[in-house]
Design a protein. Structure first.
Length: 238
């Protein structure tokens, strides 16, 4: 019973966090975002850094993005690497898919070729909005606050002229992604709670930690990805 409580406690805590974030996002100041975007004046210089694991960790896909990528190349999609829950049989559960990377030193996106995106017109929403964001996180000093630009001063050019209409378009698409991500996480948390309850599954932190260590050592693990209203089984290996 205490293990089931562990699942419910974590799920409820995560759910509360994302519901708070959704409410905060709804009230976020558009004028402030426009001011930041126009002041920074980010301009892509085609360096390709944002398309690598070394610079950006992983590309998380919203449901509509995953559906489109599946049609282009089903082998390009993998379970997102940060698993949320683990049942008593050592099987993981995660809220969505990510893009696979190549086997080079920097972990280039599977669709990156000669520093250009092979599916540029059909690229995921997160790639369309990058480096813009509208969510709260800690900075290097530990300050938890809104962030609007990712990787500031680490890539690209700055000082470009961005008019108010362009900045407003950036705001709308960035807010669309952030809202979609939050909604996807909330839907997953509710679904995984119901799934565990219905199938008498237990989230056991000790087993989770052990299987994560196994995964990091290169072992194959079972991962259930929540996608399109259901859990889909995959075998994953780092």
């Amino acid at each position: 019973m205490k293990y089931l409580f562990s699942l419910m406690k974590k799920a409820e805590s995560d759910l509360e966090y994302f519901e708070d974030e959704r409410e905060a996002l709804a009230g976020y100041s558009k004028s402030h975002f426009l001011e930041v975007v126009q002041d920074v004046g980010f301009e892509c210089d085609l360096c390709g850094k944002c398309c690598t694991h070394a610079f950006n960790d992983h590309v998380y896909l919203l449901k509509e993005d995953a559906s489109r990528i599946f049609e282009i190349d089903s082998d390009a999609v993998i379970p997102s690497p940060y698993f949320d829950f683990c049942d008593q049989d050592g099987r993981f559960y995660v809220s969505g898919y990510s893009l696979k990377t190549q086997g080079d030193d920097v972990g280039s996106c599977i669709f990156l070729e000669n520093n250009r995106c092979r599916i540029y017109e059909k690229r995921p929403l997160i790639c369309r909005v990058y480096p813009y964001m509208i969510h709260r996180e800690e900075d290097d000093s530990g300050l938890y606050d809104w962030r609007e630009i990712s990787g500031l001063n680490e890539h690209g050019l700055y000082g470009a002229e961005i008019n108010e209409n362009e900045a407003a378009d950036i705001f709308e698409i960035t807010k669309k992604y952030e809202s979609g991500y939050i909604s996807q996480e909330i839907e997953f948390l509710r679904a995984v709670s119901n799934h565990f309850d219905k199938n008498k599954l237990k989230h056991i932190p000790k087993i989770y930690d052990k299987r994560i260590r196994d995964f990091e050592k290169g072992e194959i693990v079972t991962v259930f990805v929540y996608y399109d209203g259901a859990f889909h089984e995959h075998q994953a290996q780092r």
